[in-house]
Design a protein around this ligand. Structure first.
Ligand SMILES: Cc1ncc(COP(=O)(O)O)c(C=O)c1O
Length: 446
């Protein structure tokens, strides 16, 4: 069967994203159908999708006729018109809806095609804000080592992770500045919380002073970070970052591209913390992946000085994507999927905790339906776990009909928000068995 699949890929004109020749040689599945939390490949093999589409947008699950209908209706009514000098009804309605559900103070919205463009636009908005206030030297962006904020022009400079992706594209736009990420399990400063005094946040002030505050436009970070596997910072982290940004007139951009729309059990992960962002980037769960759409929200403080947002994108404020997003938000609300994320997230986390007896499972964590198992070859020293063995666990899971992926040294789990207890109960024993098999192969257990 692998041969057939390989042949299919080798004879196809399609280029895959971030797929090595080596991985392609192992066999590429062609996903042809989705239903609930399951997807089916070209041979009819069914998989439980614990990654909500791999890049985790599919919050409402697969096979939603309502979303297809919303797109069809809007295409028939008015498929496209320029975002420059004209508005359209779905984009206006979606902006109103987001003003209702985003954290307090976020009141103006514009729509792009995806998360990377949302990040780009946030950077542009930040630059515009400073520029129109006569502060024209601020071009630097502070991000975090281990962060991921997309693949486009300026955004790629804020990439602190996926080094080959960044290094291959160098030299990048100037102005990328990095601090460490909050990752207490393997603290980059080699400290222990709470004695650390949140050194990873305080580092921001030192780097601002070093780089020159008058050159720094914004700080960007995910409220809960993907880079090391769904890592939630200590409660003091975001208020400290906010305070430092305020003291230097640096804008705070919170990237909710993954976390937003219920992934972490609240509508936005920012709401887990005592912090108010200046700008918010969104995508993925906004349309459950049924159609591309990214969004930036900001406070009126940001738009107030801006005479003209010098930005035009053919597909900006796209009416069809916005109509699908509106229907998707309706589904999230009427089916109480945010609440389900919180409840099932707790249930899933309890299940994962039963795996802590494994010598290789160092930590399990999760907020809502964004969960991770962090692996190590030595629980005491928290020594790194080889990537090939993580990939081994993933391959075993796939063979048994479950799709998961890695983030850092962790296995990340981010299922559609419709998952139920029975489905979670189905997953835990398979995960248990696959970890045991891999540990045996490594000689970590008998
Ligand atoms: C936090 C974050 N920001 C931005 C992006 C870029 O979004 P997209 O892939 O839709 O361009 C991603 C993608 O995974 C992301 O996780």
């Amino acid at each position: 069967m692998v041969e057939t699949i390989n042949k299919l890929y080798e004879t196809s004109h399609l280029l895959l994203h971030r797929t090595s020749r080596q991985d392609a040689a192992k066999g590429i599945s062609v996903i042809v159908k989705g239903e609930g939390i399951r997807v089916f490949d070209q041979d009819g093999t069914c998989y439980i999708d614990l990654e909500a589409g791999g890049t985790r947008p599919v919050h409402a699950g697969y096979g939603r006729d309502e979303l297809a209908q919303a797109s069809y209706d809007q295409m028939c009514q008015m498929a496209y018109f320029t975002p420059m000098g004209f508005a359209n009804a779905p984009a206006m309605q979606l902006a109103d809806k987001l003003a209702e559900i985003t954290p307090a103070g976020i009141e103006r919205f514009t729509f792009e095609c995806d998360g990377s463009e949302a990040v780009e636009t946030a950077m542009k908005l930040a630059k515009h804000y400073h520029y129109y206030r006569g502060d024209q030297g601020r071009f630097k962006v502070v991000s975090r080592r281990g962060a991921y904020h997309g693949v486009n022009g300026i955004g790629v400079r804020a990439l602190g992770i996926v080094m080959p992706m960044r290094q291959l594209m160098e030299p990048l736009a100037p102005g990328a500045v990095f601090i460490e990420s909050p990752y207490c399990y393997r603290c980059p400063h080699n400290l222990r919380y709470p004695d650390c005094d949140i050194a990873c946040a305080r580092e921001l002030e030192r780097i601002i002073e070093f780089e020159g505050p008058e050159q720094i436009s914004m700080f960007i970070g995910e409220p809960i970070q993907q880079g090391f596997g769904a890592y939630r910072p200590p409660p003091e982290y975001w208020p400290l970052i906010r305070d430092i940004c305020d003291r230097y007139d640096i804008l705070l951009v919170i990237d909710e591209v993954i976390c937003g729309f219920g992934r972490t059990g609240l509508m936005f992960a920012t709401q887990h913390f005592d912090v108010h962002p200046d700008l918010l980037t969104m995508a993925k769960g906004l349309t459950s992946g049924y159609i591309p759409l990214g969004a930036v929200g900001c406070s009126v403080r940001i738009t107030e000085p801006i005479e003209l947002l010098n930005h035009l994108h053919t597909y900006g404020n796209h009416p069809v994507s916005c109509a699908v997003a509106l229907k998707n938000l309706e589904i999230l609300e009427t089916e109480k999927l945010i609440e389900n994320s919180e409840e099932m997230g707790r249930y899933f986390l309890d299940g994962l905790k039963t795996l802590l007896h494994h010598p290789s499972v160092g930590e399990v964590r999760g907020t809502g339906l964004w969960l991770a198992l962090d692996f190590t070859v030595d629980k005491k020293s928290r020594a790194p776990f080889p990537l090939e063995n993580l990939m081994g666990i993933i391959a075993r899971m796939k063979q048994k009909g479950i799709l998961v992926k890695t983030m850092g040294m962790a296995l990340e789990l981010a299922p559609p928000l419709i998952i139920n207890k029975d489905e979670i109960d189905e997953v835990i024993p398979v995960l248990d068995a696959c970890i045991t098999e891999e540990e045996k192969a490594m000689g970590l257990s008998k």
